[in-house]
Design a protein around this ligand. Sequence first.
Ligand SMILES: *Cc1c(COP(=O)(O)O)cnc(C)c1O
Length: 338
Amino acid sequence: MQDLLTGFRRIHLCHQPTPLEEMPRLTASLGGPRLWIKRDDCTGLATGGNKTRKLEFLMAAAHDAGADMIVTQGAVQSNHVRQTAAAAAKLGMKCHALLERRVPNTGAGYERTGNVLFDQMFGTTIEFRPPGLDMNAEAQAVTDRLRDEGNKPYFIPGGGSNEIGALGYVASAQEILHQINAMNIDLKLLVVATGSAGTQAGLVAGFHAHGCDIPIMGISVRQPHDIQVENVYRLAVKTAALLTDKPLGRDHVLVDDGYVGEGYGIPTDGTIAATNALASHEGILLDPVYSGKGMAGLIGRIGNGDISKDGDVIFLHTGGAVSLFAYEDQFGSSTAAE
Ligand SMILES: *Cc1c(COP(=O)(O)O)cnc(C)c1O
């Protein structure tokens, strides 16, 4: 298989390939299909996660632009900000982050522990913002201010989700294609949580560029179906255009918005049950905002027959368990004992 990424500038940050592991006890508890987990929670940088793959390309672009500082944004418990802060520290750059108070009624440690604690340890400077602003526009305005003050800032959008960052998920798609081939996996479906869209867009572009039409189901953590399909499709088209001339059809983008619940960052009963199921059956930690909802979607779609029990299904674990500490009240011993 040809590596489509050889021509792109990249800084090594990520442990890769990440393992592709079987989940026999979860499979048995659901009565099939054969379930696998792609461990992109194990990318290595600062407790890992999906943003590290994107940052290999984004930090190279920042370096080539002569930047000495990264500016980015996310929700308070952003895994993207934490990984960006760590990458900046590792490369000797400053990092400035805008954190949106997007999630209502959070617990006591929400603005102190988990990702926020790590952001501070990596030396990132933080500004908070109220909910509902155009956060990329806010961060771009701050980038201009920091430039006027004599810095050389480079702006990375929320989630690292532009066509440069999405190349990181072309890399993951290529790894998956290698692994299913080497391990004789009869892959019928890939399932992943989808938020700022770069992960699913890169996977879709990567499979498409390699002529693979195995479906990829995004479980939305925030947006309704039509908006999320549009966000993923738009970015997948831009990313695919860097790799191939073949046109990408909108039918490559599948989204289920049935597991969002009350909104971004608010775990549902299903999120908590799925997270506890992975912990108790496989010893794997998911997270309350993304991968727990993604897994609730996978389990729900097996339960209602939308996912067939034949063949193999891969869940892409995108990381984020660090934020469990900020949701202690919902995942503590009282819920685990039930
Ligand atoms: C950011 C994130 C996602 C979603 O990825 P996008 O590229 O933003 O769609 C999923 N899981 C975790 C843990 C994340 O931090």
